[in-house]
Write a protein that binds this ligand. Structure first.
Ligand code: AMP
Length: 285
C-alpha cells in the first residue's frame, strides 16, 4: 500500500494504474475509520483493481464554531485498517497541500436548498462539493464510493458529477449499523455512555415511520409527526428535523400530499455534543 501526501503523486499513481489497464475505485473520507468506511473499501476492492482511500478533514465544509479542530483523528489506526481492507493507495494531504492559495473557486450544488442539512449547515455542501470536485479532478476516471449514511451528501455528489460531466461513476453503499441500530459515525466517539445508550432511538423512529408507511399510512404529515414524536420522547435529544422526501430528487412532499414511489425518511437530532443523522428508504408501489 502506497501512502501519498502530494496531489502530484496521487494523480500519477492513479494515472499509472489506468495505464496498466487497472480500474480505479476511490473512497473519500475524513478518516477515523470504522466498519462503515471499511464497507466502502470492500465494495471498491471487489469491483476494481486499484482502490484509493483519501483521508482529509476538509476545512471548507466546517462552519466557524463547528468541530474542525476537535474532529477525531487516528492516522496509524486508519492505515492499518486500510491495508487490511486491501487499499492500494492512501492519499493524506495537508490543508496547505489541498488549498495552497486562497480558495476563489467553489462549487455550489442546488439540492434541497434551504432544507434539512442545507438549512442546518448553510455552507456545508458547497465545501463538500468543492473538495469532491478537486478529488475527482485529481483521481481521474474512476468509480467513487459514498455511504447512504450521508444521504443528502450522496445526492449532492451525484448531481455534481452529472452536471459537470465528471468522468466518475458514483456508487452509493448501504448504511452500516451497530447491533442496536445506531448508524456508525466517527462523531459517535463524542457520545457519553448514557447518550450512547439512548442513541438508537433515532433509528427506531425511522423504522416506526417506515413500518407505518408499509402498513398503509399515506399522509406525509402523520409520518413526520410519528417520527418527530418518538425522538422528542427521549429528552436527551434536540430534534432538528424528521422528514419524508422523494428518494431521488429530495423534493419535499407537501404535508397534505400523498406518499408514493421511492421515498426516503430522514432525521437529524443533537445528542450531547454531536448532531446525529440517519435515514431509511421505503417504497410505496
Ligand atoms: P466521513 O469520513 O464521515 O466523511 O465519511 C466518509 C464516507 O463514509 C462517506 O461517504 C460516508 O457516507 C460513509 N459512511 C460514514 N458512515 C457510514 C456508515 N455507517 N455506513 C456506510 N457508509 C458510511
Amino acid at each position: 500500500m502506497e501512502l501519498l501526501t502530494t496531489r502530484r503523486d496521487f494523480r500519477d499513481a492513479l494515472d499509472r494504474a489506468r495505464a496498466g489497464s487497472r480500474r480505479v475505485g476511490l473512497v473519500p473520507t475524513m478518516g477515523y475509520l470504522h466498519a462503515g468506511h471499511r464497507s466502502l473499501l470492500a465494495a471498491s476492492v471487489t469491483a476494481n483493481d486499484c482502490t484509493a482511500l483519501t483521508i482529509f478533514v476538509n476545512p471548507l465544509q466546517f462552519a466557524p464554531g463547528e468541530d474542525l479542530d476537535s474532529y477525531p483523528r487516528d492516522l496509524d489506526g486508519d492505515l492499518t485498517q486500510a491495508s487490511e481492507a486491501g487499499a492500494d493507495v492512501v492519499f493524506v494531504p495537508t490543508t496547505e497541500e489541498m488549498y495552497p492559495s486562497p480558495v476563489r473557486t467553489t462549487v455550489r450544488v442546488d439540492v434541497a436548498r434551504g432544507r434539512m442539512e442545507a438549512a442546518a449547515r448553510p455552507t456545508h455542501f458547497d465545501g463538500v462539493a468543492t473538495v469532491v470536485a478537486k478529488l475527482f479532478a485529481l483521481a481521474g476516471p474512476c468509480r467513487a464510493y459514498f455511504g447512504e449514511k450521508d444521504y443528502q451528501q450522496l445526492a449532492v455528489v451525484s448531481q455534481l458529477t452529472t452536471d459537470l460531466d465528471l468522468p466518475v461513476e458514483v456508487v452509493g453503499c448501504p448504511i452500516v449499523r451497530d447491533a442496536d441500530g445506531l448508524a456508525l459515525s466517527s462523531r459517535n466517539a463524542y457520545l457519553t455512555p448514557q447518550e450512547r445508550a439512548v442513541a438508537p432511538t433515532l433509528h427506531a423512529a425511522l423504522v416506526a415511520g417506515r413500518e407505518a408507511v408499509l402498513a398503509g399510512e399515506r399522509s406525509p404529515a402523520r409520518v413526520r409527526e410519528l417520527m418527530a414524536g418518538l425522538v422528542r420522547a427521549e429528552p436527551a435529544f434536540t430534534l432538528d428535523y424528521a422528514e419524508v422526501v422523494d428518494a431521488t430528487t429530495l423534493e419535499e412532499i407537501a404535508d397534505d400530499g400523498v406518499l408514493a414511489g421511492d421515498l426516503r425518511l430522514l432525521v437529524a437530532a443533537r445528542l450531547g455534543v454531536p448532531r446525529l443523522l440517519d435515514n431509511v428508504g421505503v417504497h410505496v408501489p
